[in-house]
Write a protein that binds this ligand. Sequence first.
Ligand SMILES: Nc1nc2c(c(=O)[nH]1)N[C@H]1C(S)=C(S)[C@@H](COP(=O)(O)OP(=O)(O)OC[C@H]3O[C@@H](n4cnc5c(=O)[nH]c(N)nc54)[C@H](O)[C@@H]3O)O[C@H]1N2
Ligand SMILES: Nc1nc2c(c(=O)[nH]1)N[C@H]1C(S)=C(S)[C@@H](COP(=O)(O)OP(=O)(O)OC[C@H]3O[C@@H](n4cnc5c(=O)[nH]c(N)nc54)[C@H](O)[C@@H]3O)O[C@H]1N2
Ligand code: SF4
Ligand SMILES: [Mo]
Length: 655
Amino acid sequence: MRRIKSVCPRDCPDSCFLTVTVEDERVASVKGDGDHPLTQGFTCPRGASDPERVYSPERVLYPHARDRDAQSFKRVTWDEALTLVSLRLREVIDEQGPGAVLHLDYAGNTGLLSYDFFRRLWNAIGATGHDSSICSSSGHAALALHYGLSYGLQPEELPGMRAVTFWGFNPVVSAPHIWRLAQRAREENGASIITVDPRLSESARSGGLWLNPRPGSDVALAYGIARCLIEAEAVDLAFIEEWTQGFDAYRDEAMRWTPERVEELTAVEWGRIEALAALYAESSPSAFMIGLGLQKSLYGAEAVRAVSLIPALLGLHRGFYYSNSRGRFVDYEYVSGEKLTGANRDIVSQVSLGKLLDAGRFGFVYVNGMNPAVTLPEQGAVRRGLAREDVFVVVHDTHWTETTRLADVVLPAPTYLEKDDLVVADSHPYVRRSVGVVEPLGESRDEVSVMLDLARGLGVEEGWVYEDPWEALTRAFEGAFEDGAVGDLAGGATLRLRSKPRDSYQTPTERVEFYPESAIKIGASPLPVQLPLNRSGDDYVFLTSALPRYTHSQFRDVHGPIPSTVWLSAQDAGRLGFGDGDIIEIHNYYGSLLAKAKVTPRTPPGVLWSPRLFTDLRGEPQNTVFPPETQAIGGGPLFNSTLVRIGRGYSRPPP
Ligand SMILES: Nc1nc2c(c(=O)[nH]1)N[C@H]1C(S)=C(S)[C@@H](COP(=O)(O)OP(=O)(O)OC[C@H]3O[C@@H](n4cnc5c(=O)[nH]c(N)nc54)[C@H](O)[C@@H]3O)O[C@H]1N2
Ligand SMILES: Nc1nc2c(c(=O)[nH]1)N[C@H]1C(S)=C(S)[C@@H](COP(=O)(O)OP(=O)(O)OC[C@H]3O[C@@H](n4cnc5c(=O)[nH]c(N)nc54)[C@H](O)[C@@H]3O)O[C@H]1N2
Ligand code: SF4
Ligand SMILES: [Mo]
């Protein structure tokens, strides 16, 4: 039996440090390390299920090519697969130009080699790329307006807080180690835990104070809190004077949010808002944990802006946490080749890719580490687009997915437990090598080796594509660590990344800008804006978020399908004549879904909630009903502001 230290590379804020047990050259268990300030000795259910995921019957173990006539895949050799891919790639580049090649990747493995370095090939040939807008970009853009870069406090500071607010953030499910640190603040420091979420989320249910504004009304709520702080003279005027810009305009706007207006929009009683503001006034320091769920809606970026300004009123330097990915000294653009290429590349919206795919914009699509045929909005268009006869689709994945099934060539990838990589967390600053603990299963081959073969096959001449990957990382991390260099990680050491100071603001005035003029340039208002809630009586806001055992579309092979249930309030169920367990149809312009109703007090009237990314009772992907439109700030998706109606009910599943 061997115990090997590694790091989880999933798209998850916690980026756990792991100890993996290997028995008879098989992964036997994955456990969280006790000596890491965030991991705290435990993994989530997904980490713990990794041995099953590694040996799942759904693993892609060999290259496959699709026989379009027989509508089936046949096993081929790597040579055959890569020759096929290179030939088609060359043909599309020659006939349609490199812009007709799309490289699409996302959250499967955030390792710098599996993800960033692999992009060098596509940067070198000038393929079309995407703007990575599906997850967090609107929040980053929102924070950039007021703070410059979007980094905030370190999660390991949480135990010292007197109040921790999770706003549109459900860490019990989505970041269990961050949640644990907040619990320590409560246990050790008597801190108050506050959750702001329209529904009684797992986090809201786990104790503390819960405020449930209407979805999309967070800007009004934040201004309400600001008004209370101003009226109670609880605003830190000395801090505002020294460190901020534009407060007068902001204060005037906050004072326009009368209790009546705030209550009308948010449906939260003014007394509760006053009480929360009073709590903030007497609880210092306090932390505002801004969720990614908050910003995945039409109102998202504006909400992040509004929430992020509350800690500045309280005199806290960046008293929020969103993601610390932008506060480091790592040269990601060097790793990905973005700054090395001379090619002029097109960058398209990841959120609205469906339209482009469907319209035949690309002749060649290469996907790795993503399952777009489940996770992107406007699934109808995405799936039609990927299935087009005139587009050649290559998918490199560890497992068979809805996307591999639409591919022309499927390439087997090793999981993170079968290859070495470097993972930089979005939250904490600690880095150690993510280590392959067993040999790659089957004929699976890692991203870097596939890239090199493709580059050679295509005759790519840029020398930097062939740079030794660890040397590239060494360069990209020059000066990035407090206590060493990439080479030091080889022996299993842990290093700490330097972080930009909390009292440094990269705005034009180098202050926290309450009223950023830079907003005008991007067509936004200098002050956060509460957009109108355009919901008519028959509309329901359809919220979706994660379950503990699944990462997006992953782990269905281990835990079975994601339950196709829709939660609705007893009031709505009663009005529409539905009972618990009835089959209901929800629909909008984009499509419809059939799912089992769960009548629950945990969602308010007018709001539906479902586990994210289920397949409905007819086999339709959930994201059929989500629109391809993007937010004005940051281009993010509109998942949590999507409206649906409830259609005909079925007392039993349709035939
Ligand atoms: N188990 C598990 N964990 C994960 C993931 C996973 O797939 N599974 N994915 C990871 C990834 S990539 C991400 S992006 C994060 C996301 O994790 P979080 O940042 O926690 O975001 P979400 O889970 O999308 O949404 C959080 C909460 O926002 C609420 N919400 C929705 N709309 C609004 C609104 O208008 N106002 C307010 N105040 N709240 C609202 C939802 O009800 C939900 O409870 O999770 C990461 N962690
Ligand atoms: N309805 C709804 N949809 C959403 C969201 C929502 O809130 N609601 N949230 C969105 C968000 S925040 C995100 S981040 C996206 C996530 O969207 P995706 O990135 O598509 O998420 P996954 O389903 O986890 O797909 C990752 C894929 O990578 C593969 N993989 C894992 N490890 C490796 C590896 O080492 N190498 C390779 N080549 N492949 C690997 C996995 O098998 C899996 O197929 O989904 C978005 N979709
Ligand atoms: S998915 Fe997140 S919480 Fe789970 S083991 Fe990986 S980093 Fe830790
Ligand atoms: Mo995400």
